[in-house]
Design a protein around this ligand. Structure first.
Ligand code: KG4
Ligand code: ZN
Length: 368
């Protein structure tokens, strides 16, 4: 069957078409088209996503992205080009989720096809199977599975004892890790979205940081220059906290005389220590959860899974312990391909039962 999928939960307008077959554990996918229109340039002047503008941009972009996607799939002349529509209904910005949902509802009526509501975080989780083009399959995957989901709005550890049955074992008690990256970037005078910017600065600085046992680094300017807290690192649960870390950077910058008094090297040193602290908390709790639940498979997904330091640290701890999955770089951020994958798997899981299209509502705080 062919599934058209729509993603509008934040600032990316995504539409894909997948040709899919198979069951819940051996589904195979062929990408007919996969398009995303990013709004980053529109939001940069505001230093973050401006919801009303995001809604306007989605409304403007959706028809164009659809036309392009149908053309690329060579389905534009068909009366009923696809068999179902998958759409993100939460979590995310309600105002932008609605643009995708109403668009899906209109298309469903026109084509007389069902609508599959999809949880954005489940989409991120299944992004690990995807490819931007070509074919891919759901591989055999051993349970228990642990997912570390890290994005601009979420920081969660989700346990799957059985395939597609979720138990959230930990989450942030305040800010999400991606949000902390974005806010710290703003404090350091870096443009939105902050994650990649902080990460770039930290990577440069890490090159000059001493590597234990190597000793070839004579430049010690960044050695222990700043120390930031690792909130909740040793708490007995699997929760995270990023608000205090973000505020610690704010105070540090203030104590150094404000952003205008800080040179580029100092900025990079702060970025490095912030990244080290933020990632250490994620990795430490993930290790603890792997041990406690005897995890066989680890999934890391969401926008922050693009972070190189996170990837390296997770690779270190998972060696010989768990089978590790990260999404391809192009699928770490928001995209509709992952919504198509999650949509199909849910369609099969629910024995092809779907709600009445017009009963689907945006759920900004939807949880797994
Ligand atoms: O999943 P996503 O694209 O959107 C949400 O669902 O929120 O995640 C976006 C988040 C932003 O906070 C962005 O700064 C962060 O992912 N991000 C990164 C990196 N690339 C994107 N954070 C750290 N390092 C990166 N390389
Ligand atoms: Zn996302």
């Amino acid at each position: 069957m062919k599934i058209l999928s729509i993603e509008t939960s934040c600032d990316d307008t995504g539409i894909s078409i997948l040709d899919v077959k198979g069951g819940i554990k051996n589904a195979s996918f062929k990408v007919l088209a996969n398009n995303v229109s990013s709004q980053i340039d529109v939001h940069i002047p505001y230093g973050g996503v401006y919801p009303a503008l995001a809604k306007r941009e989605h409304t403007k972009n959706l028809p164009f992205v659809l036309e392009k996607t149908l053309k690329e799939s060579k389905l534009e002349k068909k009366e009923k080009p696809v068999d179902a529509i998958a759409v993100t209904y939460g979590p995310g910005l309600e105002i932008t989720l609605w643009t995708g949902i109403t668009f899906a509802q209109e298309l469903a009526k026109k084509w007389n096809v069902p609508v599959i509501p999809v949880n954005h975080m489940e989409g991120h989780m299944f992004s690990i199977f995807g490819k931007g083009k070509g074919k891919f399959k759901i591989p055999a995957i051993k349970t228990p599975i642990l997912s570390l989901l890290v994005s601009g709005g979420h920081t969660e550890l989700v346990l799957m004892k059985k395939w597609m049955q979720y138990e959230r074992i930990g989450e942030t008690v305040d800010d999400a890790v991606g949000e902390a990256f974005d806010k710290v970037a703003r404090t350091l005078g870096l443009p939105y979205p902050g994650g990649p910017q902080i990460s770039k600065l930290a990577e440069q600085e890490r090159k000059c940081a001493p590597t234990p046992g190597v000793g070839e680094f004579s430049d010690t300017r960044c050695r222990g220059k700043f120390v930031l807290p690792r909130p909740m690192l040793y708490s007995k649960n699997f929760d995270f906290s990023y608000s205090g870390l973000k505020t610690a950077v704010l105070y540090l910058v203030r104590d150094l005389g404000g952003i205008d008094k800080i040179n580029e090297t100092t900025k990079a040193q702060i970025a490095l220590e912030f990244e080290n602290a933020a990632i250490e908390c994620l990795v430490y709790k993930t290790v603890k959860a792997i041990e406690k639940y005897k995890i066989k498979t680890l999934i890391v997904a969401g926008g922050v899974s693009a972070n190189n330091h996170l990837k390296k640290e997770i690779q270190k701890i998972s060696k010989n312990k768990v089978k590790l999955f990260f999404p391809l770089q192009e699928l770490t951020g928001d995209n509709s391909l992952m919504i198509g994958i999650a949509g199909y798997l849910n369609y099969i899981k629910n024995k092809k039962k779907t709600p009445k299209p017009n009963s689907i509502k945006a759920a900004g705080n939807l949880r797994l």
